[in-house]
Design a protein around this ligand. Sequence first.
Ligand SMILES: C[S@@+](CC[C@H](N)C(=O)[O-])C[C@H]1O[C@@H](n2cnc3c(N)ncnc32)[C@H](O)[C@@H]1O
Ligand code: SF4
Length: 436
Amino acid sequence: MSAELTKLRRSIHTYPFKYSPFQADRFFGLQNGALYVHIPFCSTKCHFCDFTVYVNKTDDMREQYVQRLCTEIARFPEQHPMFPRFKIDAIYFGGGTPGLLSSEQLIRILQTCRQTYSINPGCEITIEFDPDSVSLEKALAVKEAGFTRVSVGVQSFNDDLLKQSNRPHTARSVHAAFETLRKVGFTNTNLDLIYPLPGLTMDVWMDSVQQALRLEPACISLYGLEVWPGTAFHNWLEKGKLKLPNASTEVEMYTAAVDALESEGFVARSTNGYVHPGRAEAYSRFLDYYWRTWPMLGFGVSSKSAYDDRLWANVKGLKDYIQRVDAGEPVVDLVAYMSKAQEMRRVMIRGLKACEVSKQEFLQRFGVEMESVFGDIIGRLVADGLLANEDARVCLTRKGRTFGTNVYEYFYTDEDRKPATQNEVQFGISHLVTTD
Ligand SMILES: C[S@@+](CC[C@H](N)C(=O)[O-])C[C@H]1O[C@@H](n2cnc3c(N)ncnc32)[C@H](O)[C@@H]1O
Ligand code: SF4
């Protein structure tokens, strides 16, 4: 039976009905954000790599790209006035291998960021190098220009494995690179390792971990190998020519490496990122923006951006990118509008990639308690020993970090598991590769 309706002598002129006292800074102030700048050049294409990367490009082509990149950065606020300007907390030059550009080019790009955005004091500014691209001249120049953090892709200290993965360097150049970085005073350094590479044994892996520890970087990243379509490794896998250790050996490799890192004082800040608190304040402030799905603007080919309920990615092709910038057209290629439910799942999944999600931040962002939305999933993850449910946060257990990719699956919906429709593009999820 329907409720009896009466004409109420009460109208409404707004909704909701509860307002708070005005705080200018909080209400109208600029938001904090991070910038990502993609440099798509490398000296060789590694056999495992799926990043948007171009090899054998001339100096002239690199310069053409740098010019368009500066144009894109400088133009963004006027081309997209609906987006707030951000106060920048972190800038990340990633790639590819940004360290391959000349010092002058790197400084010009950083200057353009500084001229376009207001940069917070103490802004973290990271640049990625491969070991061979670290020279004394460049390390000094970028240090003086204000870069605060250097990340070096190492992958392994075994020259055979490096060669077989088509890496452009040897173990010796890794040692030389870190000596140079130390000489110019870079203390906030990160060193990337990959496990497993084809033929990697436990002994060789732990030797690499020990050599990495002896170089005393502030951070070490332990990347589990992802096999992406289009890479040489994927090609070999399909032909039955990729010999990888089985999944349980992979777990042993991760576990042994984490034991070694923790016994030297490193702590986990993501499923693969470890920081030594005596050497750096944070693992990577930029990656906090990236994983916690805070405002992030990406520039350059294939870069990704996130703001509130919107995600977007730039075109991948170098020529397409250059033509669009020259024509004054947007360089955005793909977008996603998230529903509130998707945004909440994204915050959980990506937050757990960075080990934990704060209940207070969740409440502030969405206006509902985390447990009222995800209570069931949290309960199952706790029961499976993958998650700890504390008063202020949920955080991955050691088992949860080891099996991080399984944890995210708990949050996927049936809709997420369906293939893309004709109007959509499958994006950002690698093929499931089992080697057992
Ligand atoms: C953009 S690269 C880093 C800088 C530089 N280009 C280099 O490789 O020396 C970022 C890191 O991603 C990791 N990476 C690349 N492809 C990967 C894959 N297929 N699986 C796991 N990690 C990968 C590598 O550890 C690499 O150092
Ligand atoms: S791993 Fe680094 S050096 Fe190798 S192709 Fe990818 S971006 Fe370039």
